[in-house]
Design a protein around this ligand. Sequence first.
Ligand SMILES: [Zn+2]
Length: 184
Amino acid sequence: MVLPRERDSVALAVALANTWDVLNDPPEHLDDIQMLRLILRAFGLEEEAKRAKEADLAPLRAMRDRLREAFGADAESAAVEELNALARESGAIPQLERKNGGWTFRYGIGRRSLVDELAGRASVALLGVIEEGGWRRFGRCAASPCCCVFVDRSRNRSRRYCCHWCADRATQAAARRRRKTQAA
Ligand SMILES: [Zn+2]
């Protein structure tokens, strides 16, 4: 699993979705509280990392699977329905709070669980992507067998791979195929 370059809530949603990564053995990343804390800290969610506990892992895995469904849906409307449901169930009401001299949205109001907070943050961010650029910005890595997802933020919507490792892997595989055809 490679963390996205960006550090916003869209990137966090993608990072959470990619905690299931078949290129890793085992593919599950969310069975380790240290890994969860590492991801949260990478996104500046220090307080959330401190709050995270073992009991959060199972509901987080279930939430992650729902995020992935939004990427693998049959149609845009199905993806929106899934994310709307996630936002609704997690009580995703945004509250703007001070952070590092700027502002940041928080979703876990009152006694909401860590999972609710992350579900709110991730679902609202992904819904925002669809509102702005449509669901076609959601992608799945084309370098088989990788099944990681990404949000295509390129201007010409040309992105095909989840990370530069997979892009390199695909380029090398294509070169091997070309050499084979030439040799035949
Ligand atoms: Zn990939």
